[in-house]
Design a protein around this ligand. Structure first.
Ligand SMILES: Cc1cc2nc3c(=O)[nH]c(=O)nc-3n(C[C@H](O)[C@H](O)[C@H](O)COP(=O)(O)OP(=O)(O)OC[C@H]3O[C@@H](n4cnc5c(N)ncnc54)[C@H](O)[C@@H]3O)c2cc1C
Length: 463
């Protein structure tokens, strides 16, 4: 076995897809017997949509998108939509899709590439030596060259390794539940709109009901301190009136606002990704997105390590740790504005910040930050004209290999053909040549010798 992944959440599934695409032998070990169809994460941010597009994985997910008003994302629930269009994206609005659907589609795609998801198998012991890792799961002892812990916020692997998870403890516990309602008042939303129009507050409760298809609703609610699922009915009545009555609780879990991040994402042959590596309050729908993008960054690098062509694993930490650190900072900042019962000072500050958000530059900055579209070296998708006609650039990355796009007719150094595909496309008057990593990021665009960039990102010349 090449790689074992602990956890079949969105992070583990995305990583498994990437590894299998690169020909790596990968198995996921998942504690749960079956997937819980819990909405949990409810939206894909624009950059995640782009990343999924780079593999042709977005289509099947988007086909199951829930109706949503064409309106941008939010910062701290403040009533000014974020406009992502200045970032030149094909996905200017968050895509409303329950997390379990994202997982289901990723698992389908991964399975089609030969990934085995072993369910009902809990990782319970881990050790490593210079050749690989030994993992005990479901009473079985397994051996692989690497283990990636994608086992969520309460990561068993993190605890087994006894590595520090520094940060701040949470200040509240709230409830996330999927419910069916037997009757609804006029206040219950019929479709997803801007976040600021979806949240409500009454008495000591705050909450949000979101229709998630098939007559179901995602109900998120809390009050100061610790809220439990036993309060679902009381919170529903307080927030949406007596006419809104509960028919059935389909599932429920608790969440909080703890903020923590691993200092290192790598301990020898064991790596961490997604919630196992970082946790933060769920303001602005960032967690699933961060995890999928961690996996996308790590997959091709781990595959290169398996093949022995390039040693890029340390760049995973360098590139992804600051991204999550920034999310931890801005979700902490959002908490100041978003938590109910703000002080008079915070109310004043909210007003001023809301006005600032109407300024195009501020709005653009926040939109880039919240959607992930301000990612370093991102290339907005655009059409290129090949010998077969126009295609979206993203489709040229479906293979998961590097891509050298020449807007001309030059000859390029040989020796990387096993890792990088060269394509000559029609000059567009704007680009010269682009060297694109398997994760869609630009690593060279003319200027200095391309050989240096090829060697840095794809390893030494073959032959
Ligand atoms: C209220 C709320 C709303 C949210 N909304 C959004 C949103 O709109 N957008 C967004 O991007 N994110 C959102 N999130 C965050 C998102 O749900 C998480 O960040 C995401 O699930 C992280 O994915 P993951 O794969 O890293 O971990 P998880 O989804 O937690 O998956 C971990 C998997 O590992 C398995 N596992 C655990 N221990 C073991 C073990 N010992 N052995 C084997 N398997 C194990 C678990 O069963 C699980 O399947 C929200 C979260 C909450 C609470």
């Amino acid at each position: 076995m090449d790689v074992l992944i602990a956890g079949a959440g969105p992070t583990g599934l995305m990583l498994a897809y990437e590894l299998a695409l690169a020909g790596v032998d990968v198995t996921i070990l998942e504690r749960l017997d079956t997937r819980i169809e819990q909405t949990k994460g409810g939206a894909l941010q624009a950059r995640t949509a782009e990343v999924l597009d780079l593999r042709g994985l977005l289509g099947p997910i988007q086909a199951r998108e829930l109706p949503r008003e064409a309106v941008g994302g939010h910062f701290a629930g403040l009533p000014v939509p974020l406009d992502a269009s200045p970032w030149n994206t094909r996905h200017p609005y968050p895509i409303s899709v329950p997390q379990w659907i994202v997982e289901e589609e990723l698992e389908r795609a991964a399975a089609a590439r030969g990934v085995q998801v072993r369910r009902g198998v809990e990782v319970s012991a881990v050790s490593q030596d210079s050749d690989g890792v030994t993992v005990t799961a479901g009473g079985e002892v397994l051996r692989a060259r690497y283990l990636v812990a994608c086992d969520g916020a309460h990561s068993t692997v993190r605890k087994l390794l006894d590595v520090p998870f520094p940060g701040r403890a949470g200040t509240f516990r709230a409830v996330l539940t999927d419910v069916r309602l037997s009757s609804v008042s006029d206040e219950v939303p019929t479709t997803m709109g801007h976040f600021s129009t979806m949240t409500t507050q009454a008495g000591e409760y705050w909450g949000m009901l979101v229709p998630v298809g098939d007559g179901k609703y995602r109900f998120t609610f809390g009050r100061p301190g610790v809220t439990t699922a036993d309060e679902t009915r009381a919170a529903l009545t307080a927030l949406y009136g007596e006419e809104t009555t509960l028919a059935e609780v389909l599932n429920s879990s608790e969440f909080g606002d703890a903020t923590r991040q691993l200092e290192s994402y790598r301990y020898g042959r064991i790596l961490f990704a997604g919630d196992a590596a970082h946790i933060h309050p769920p303001f602005g729908g960032q967690g699933l997105n961060l995890g999928v993008q961690d996996a996308f960054n790590l997959g091709w690098k781990l595959a290169a390590a398996m093949r022995g062509t390039a040693d890029l694993l340390d760049t995973y930490q360098v590139e992804r740790h600051p991204v999550a650190a920034r999310v931890l900072r801005h979700t902490a900042a959002q908490r100041v504005f978003a938590l109910p019962g703000p002080s008079e000072d915070v109310v004043e500050l909210r007003e001023i910040f809301t006005d600032l958000m109407r300024l195009p530059d501020t709005n653009r900055y926040l939109a880039g930050m919240m959607s992930g579209l301000d990612a370093a070296d991102r290339i907005p998708d655009f059409e290129v004209v090949t010998g077969d006609g126009p295609v979206w650039l993203s489709t040229l990355l479906h293979s998961g290999r590097g891509r050298l796009l020449d807007f001309g007719d030059r000859t390029w150094p040989d020796g990387w053909a096993d890792r990088v595909d060269v394509l000559h496309v029609k000059p567009d008057g704007e680009h010269d040549a682009l060297l694109i990593r398997p994760d869609g990021l630009l690593c060279w665009s003319g200027g200095a010798d391309v050989t240096t960039a090829l060697t840095t990102w794809f390893g030494v010349r073959a032959g």
